[in-house]
Write a protein that binds this ligand. Sequence first.
Ligand SMILES: Cc1ncc(COP(=O)(O)O)c(C=O)c1O
Length: 481
Amino acid sequence: MELKQSEIEFLAHEVQEIIQDHVRTINQEPIVGPELNRAKLRELLREPLPRHPQGVEAGLADFRKKILPQCVKVGHPRWLAWIRTSPLVVAAYADALAAILNQSVTAWEGAPAAAETELVVIDWIKDASCYARSAGGILTSGGSAANSVCLHAALAAADPEFREHGLAGKAPFAVYMTSETHYALRKAVTLMGIGARNIRYVAMDCELRMSPSALEAAIILDRDAGIRPLAAVFTLGSVNTGACDQFRPLVEVAQRHGVWSHIDGAYGGFTGLVPEKRSLIDGIDQADSLALDPHKMFIPFEAGCALVREPQHLFNAFSVHADYLPNSVQGDDAPFHFRDYGPQLARSFRALKIYLCFKVYGVDAIADALAKNYHLSAELGELVEADGDFELLAKPTLGITAFRYAPGRRDRGPADDAALDDLNTQLAIEVQHRGRVFLASTRVHNRVALRTCFVSFRTEVKDLKILMEEVRTVAKALSAH
Ligand SMILES: Cc1ncc(COP(=O)(O)O)c(C=O)c1O
């Protein structure tokens, strides 16, 4: 199975060339590959189990021919759909190093340097997010997993017997969020066996932020009905519009009622790096837990992070003894086993890419890129508002702008909304297919919106003009049919 040195050299050279070409041509269109048809892609890629060696050259040639051209260009400056960031090139090489070292960051003895690196990175993430210094945490596959880990810690804190006895026969738990909360939280609640019907969707203000008084009323109502209020989930950067809940008053309500306060910062968890936005994170350090996604901030997939103010709750939620693994002993100088702090046993060395990127680029440069994205989002909001063909559907808070194409909107009435919903749904699909701009659609205030997420370090003001031009051109073509 060992490759010859010459083959390794060839492999390294090819991969190096692919990465360099990718970065060199990342600004070129189209953003999508030529084949967006599922059946055709399957036909292109399906082949029988390769039992006999085809060799490095043939393997890579197939990758170059069949897979590479079909990949969407997530690092393109006008990749604006969903929250997929432009990855830093250093992280690509870090991932290769992590793979060849193959450290499973689970029991300390098996990967001591990787475990200590992950602990360092977690400390850095605490600093970068302005979260509590006392917190402990773990890197996860992403925000969904990080949110789930944090809610498990909440469960372990609220009901220490849960792991042994389950939830049957006990008063149900309730979890509080809003209709803008990411669906990952709903998944987490159902995975824990709490049941989606025990989610309470708390009222919001007109800026899509949870109302502290409505939260308090919902908690009291449940408690009076014999239901156990478990956790209140607040959002730092909602997926739809980037809206940010106001943490201080919300956390105070939760604390007053002994309810776990959790912040989903998967998108906006690093907002504290941008001085002009710092007021948005007021009270963040008081929350019981915080979920973040470095993979939404220039680090490639997968990299999430769960932080819990009192790390003991994480340990209580996940630690299990097994004879075939080193004992779990807690203490500053005791071996630190990440398997005790999350659901996975085998875990990759994902800290390395964050470690190297933070060191190589410096976190200030990353913060500047974040700030630039927030400016771009605000600027698009202004352009949209100044243009009679468009309508802004939510004021940008961070780097997401939700708007719609609505020509002559000032003369329109609500009766036109259904037609505009259809038009904007079609627009998003058609714009994606053309490959100049890649944006997505969603619903905001119950209307279909075009949603652009500024999460690249390559996007410039000129891209905003191209984006609006493209939407207008496609809309006119659609209306002509
Ligand atoms: C606010 C928010 N929470 C949670 C998630 C889920 O994160 P992930 O996709 O990393 O699992 C996302 C993803 O976009 C998000 O924006």
